[in-house]
Design a protein around this ligand. Structure first.
Ligand code: MRU
Length: 344
């Protein structure tokens, strides 16, 4: 039985097709880097930490199936595979970070291709294991911030499905729930891909954690009515001045600040990109059909102009604290993020 969202099994990468959830649980068996790239582009695989693990495994697939005689040949093929994966989605830094780690592992080891193949796979497994461990620690540290009776709003899906295991924002919620705190979750539907409606509600329901689904535009009303005590979201990239996460996150952060509601971000250190500021980040723009259509049904007039950014930028002044596997970074610690590029 599959224990994690992504697993290596006998030369294949096995993962859940997230576009089919919650109606069907369909497992994909991916056998090449191109197949992983396609699954990422079409969002069968999604969520920043999972993208990191998938990128690492994509390179491991290349190494595993290539019967290279020379070390140089293997390194060349890994470079090509890295380029294919880099072109899939531009915003989540975990994908680029994992590729960097695998390439460094391969290049820094002057071994024969046979041994290098093993090293590459071992490094990919290590990346996946570290993500699972980080999420459990994030959950443990973050649960301290959660009180009995809290109603916690989350956006998009930062659960087990977005990671190798357990989840970041949902990991915090899970630990608090397991500690016996009587909490409730408000999940935004997260237009246009509906990760909140389809995936977050599904995960929480499976874990028996009470969850209420709302439309994205209801957040202001619920805040005004004092129906939300905390916000916890994940992140696709944390730069020196901001958190980049699913489109709509910044709107929620502004509303939280206006209503004195704590706004927490839960993310592993593989999501930190402290060499850059928000100016350097490419915000992915996705195809118009995600907005003009619901399923195959057109809802907007033909030829209408569409702008569909998938992520937004929340300046750090809107963030109460960032929870990572090393602990909780409060506002006063953010200057350390700004001053350093070596936090990792
Ligand atoms: O477009 P997606 O579904 O890949 O976006 C996912 C998010 O924005 C998540 O909040 C983020 O990756 C953190 S997941 C732990």
């Amino acid at each position: 039985m599959q224990k994690r969202t992504i697993e290596w099994r006998n030369g294949k990468v096995v993962t859940i097709d997230q576009t089919r959830l919650p109606h069907e649980t369909v497992f994909l068996e991916l056998e090449s880097c191109d197949e992983v790239a396609e699954a990422i582009k079409t969002m069968k695989i999604r969520g920043a930490p999972l993208l990191g693990a998938a990128a690492a495994y994509a390179l491991a697939l290349t190494a595993y199936h290539l019967k290279a005689k020379k070390r140089e040949e293997l390194i060349n093929e890994l470079e090509k595979a890295a380029e294919t994966i880099r072109k899939t989605r531009p915003t989540a830094v975990n994908l680029f970070w994992a590729i960097g780690r695998i390439l460094a592992k391969a290049k820094n080891n002057p071994e024969d291709p046979k041994t290098l193949r093993i090293f590459v796979l071992q490094e990919a497994q290590k990346i996946a294991n570290e993500d699972a461990a980080a999420n459990h620690l994030i959950g443990k540290y973050g649960a301290v911030l959660i009180n009995d009776g809290d109603v916690i709003l989350t956006h998009c899906n930062a659960g087990a499905l977005a990671t190798v295991d357990y989840g970041t924002a949902l990991g915090v919620i899970r630990v608090a729930w397991e500690q016996g705190k009587k909490i409730r979750v408000i999940a935004t539907e997260t237009r246009p891909k509906l990760q909140g409606a389809r995936l977050t509600t599904y995960e929480l329901k499976q874990s028996g954690i009470p969850v209420t689904l709302i439309v994205d535009s209801a957040v202001g009303y619920l805040m005004h009515k004092r129906l939300i005590s905390k916000v916890i979201v994940g992140a696709d990239r944390i730069v020196r001045d901001a958190v980049i996460n699913k489109i709509g996150t910044f709107t929620i952060a502004i509303l939280a600040k206006e209503h004195d509601v704590p706004f927490y971000v839960a993310a592993p250190k593989s999501t930190f990109d402290l060499a850059h500021t928000s100016k350097n980040v490419i915000i992915e723009e996705r195809k118009p059909e995600e907005i003009t259509h619901i399923g195959s049904q057109r809802i907007a007039p033909e030829g209408i102009e569409v702008f569909n950014p998938a992520f937004d930028i929340t300046p750090l002044e809107y963030v109460t604290a960032i929870i990572c596997e090393s602990g909780i970074l409060y506002k006063e610690d953010f200057s350390k993020l700004k001053a350093s590029s070596g936090f990792k």
